[in-house]
Design a protein around this ligand. Sequence first.
Ligand code: CMP
Length: 135
Amino acid sequence: MAIEQTLSIIKPDAVRDNNIGNILAIFEKSGLVVKGMKMLQLTQEQAQEFYAVHQERPFYNSLVAFMISGPVVVSILEGENAVLHHRDVMGATNPEDAAEGTIRQLYGANIDNNAVHGSDSLENAKIECDFFFAE
Ligand code: CMP
């Protein structure tokens, strides 16, 4: 297995609910290493660009509105097979389907307010890490 990097976003709902530390602890206990991190407020333009792949989907506008509703915490996580490993730790996109002990099962309320985002492929991980950490 290879060492990979992936992008994590702790979304506005989890930040509002004071779950930043709880979520980072799960990442770290699972073996992922935080290589970069910042808290920021996305602009509408940034959120639209970041989620442009979903722009034809019916949930796009509400997704963008949610992602700019408060600050987020973006991190680069590194580890063995990090992209898939991080997705396992997050759980299914819809918290109702997420396995016991996963972040979305513990801290997500519904598919729109699902606490975290993670890159879905190694190719997108590179694009998403560069999006926030180009420097
Ligand atoms: P995320 O991993 O951030 O990627 C896109 C987000 O859109 C997803 O998490 C969900 O929060 C949100 N979303 C809302 N409805 C859907 C849907 N039907 N399918 C996938 N994602 C959805």
